[in-house]
Design a protein around this ligand. Structure first.
Ligand SMILES: [Zn+2]
Length: 107
């Protein structure tokens, strides 16, 4: 079974990592963060693939997650997930900044 850390890492990579790594041949358009903001944050359940909607704040608080479809429980081990949580904090900061820029631009 995938650990929640793998899910978080995949999720994080979807937001920023893969785009910049996979496409270093082309310059990235500046609107990249906008795409991720438009999506609801969440993880795909490793068992039933149901979308589990969760805020980054909830993950950072170490709250357990439960799949609303199959009832699978995912818990965040704060001791082992320091790196992932730190990455999420940065992600959250990035999203906050992006929303701020967005609202300042009146988009
Ligand atoms: Zn499920």
């Amino acid at each position: 079974m995938s650990s929640i850390l793998d899910l978080i890492k995949n999720w994080y990579n979807r937001f920023f990592g893969q785009t910049s790594l996979a496409r270093n041949a082309e310059p990235l358009p500046e609107i990249t963060p906008e795409v991720s903001i438009a999506k609801t944050p969440g993880l795909s359940c490793p068992v039933c693939a149901h979308r589990i909607v969760v805020s980054i704040e909830s993950l950072l608080s170490g709250q357990d997650l439960q799949c609303p479809s199959c009832g699978l429980e995912l818990s965040v081990d704060e001791d082992k997930s320091g790196g992932a949580l730190e990455a999420l904090s940065k992600l959250q900061n990035g999203l906050n900044q992006a929303s701020k820029i967005k609202s300042e631009n009146g988009v």
